[in-house]
Design a protein around this ligand. Structure first.
Ligand code: HEM
Ligand code: FPP
Length: 301
């Protein structure tokens, strides 16, 4: 028994990098970033350092754990797609048991940190977000419907609400606006990728919108969701939550996003679709950064 335990501990330490990759670090980094901005925006002062650290680490661990569970559940799909077949599970760097132990441990520690050092509300909301992505999206929606990412996107949009709740112990209308921004951003973000990767999704049997409804239909929906996104993105200014720095930044970011999406709609190419996807990530990063700059600028003047 002791030998088996020692072996498992040794196996777990074999390849830290593989475990890190299971957490989808770049996606999780942006998720944590949006949660942190939620924390900063929730108070005119500095977020107490202990709270900032505990909430950031707790949310990061929950996000990494959710991503690792997604990798565990989707390993056979990942094995069929060029983009994902190098991931630690399909390439054999880690096995299912190791991943399960890792994801459970990291998730439990993350949630415990939130419960003990942040507040129970943030822990419960994070647990809901975790279930939304790792179970509802991954197990039920993704294999079943091309609307998977619209509904599943609600999970990815939760982090600012989590951050806000960490600081105020409540769900505020302002954090719901940040939720709506990410919620409306997710379809153009994902479908621009799904368009140029559609053959891989078709091969893996995943019913993504370009596979089930074709290019023209997907392009129209990218355009419509981007128009919704642009409209919602102005709300922090019109509702008095943000000021001129944000307004100027978001108008520029929106104009570029619209330019990409209109160009894509008029004259589709895989290359332009790839560039639109990459821009979507820059868009969200800079939008949240400008919310932060605007917040502290307004506080200090
Ligand atoms: C249901 C919702 C979402 C879906 C289906 C989705 C899908 C994807 C996919 C398939 C990729 C991989 C691209 C690749 O391997 O080249 C990706 C990349 C990325 N996504 Fe999303 N995404 C979603 C939500 C989010 C959210 C909420 C965020 C952050 C707030 C986010 C941030 C990113 C980032 C930063 C990357 C780039 C990762 C890299 O360069 O390795 N995504 N997304
Ligand atoms: C705080 C917390 C618990 C957050 C969890 C929410 C979370 C990790 C959302 C991530 C969204 C995401 C990576 C989607 C990728 O889609 P996919 O899984 O279909 O992409 P793939 O084809 O690359 O696997």
């Amino acid at each position: 028994m002791a030998n088996v335990l020692v072996m498992n501990v040794q196996e777990l330490s074999v390849n830290f990098r593989s475990f890190f990759v299971l957490c989808k670090p770049r996606v999780s980094a942006l998720i944590v970033f949006t949660a942190m901005i939620g924390m900063f925006l929730a108070t005119p002062h500095m977020v107490p350092l202990g709270l900032l650290l505990a909430a950031t680490i707790g949310i990061a661990m929950a996000s990494g754990s959710a991503a690792a569970f997604n990798c565990l559940i989707e390993q056979s799909i990942d094995a069929k797609m060029a983009r994902t077949k190098q991931r630690p599970l399909p390439s054999g760097q880690v096995n299912s048991l190791q991943t399960f132990i890792f994801a459970t441990t990291v998730g439990c520690i993350g949630l415990s940190i939130l419960y003990a050092f942040v507040n129970p509300l943030t822990m419960w909301l994070t647990l809901g977000t975790f279930v939304g992505y790792a179970v509802i999206y991954t197990v039920f929606l993704k294999p079943a419907t091309p609307l998977n990412i619209v509904i599943g996107g609600a999970s990815g949009a939760m982090p600012p609400i989590l951050g806000w709740a960490a600081v105020t112990n409540s769900i505020s209308p302002e954090s719901l606006i940040l939720f709506m921004i990410i919620f409306a951003w997710t379809p153009p973000h994902f479908w621009s990728l799904a368009l140029y990767r559609r053959h891989e999704y078709a091969k893996a049997g995943v019913p993504m919108l370009p596979v089930t409804h074709g290019e023209a239909f997907t392009l129209l929906h990218i355009l419509l969701y981007t128009i919704i996104l642009v409209t919602i993105s102005i709300l922090p200014f019109t509702l008095g939550m943000s000021h001129l720095i944000y307004l100027v930044s978001v108008i520029m970011l929106d104009a570029i996003f619209m330019a990409y999406v209109i160009a894509l709609y008029r004259n589709y190419s895989h290359e332009l679709s790839r560039r639109t996807f990459r821009y979507s990530i820059l868009y969200l990063t800079l939008l949240f950064l400008s919310l932060l700059l605007d917040h502290y600028w307004a506080v200090s003047f």
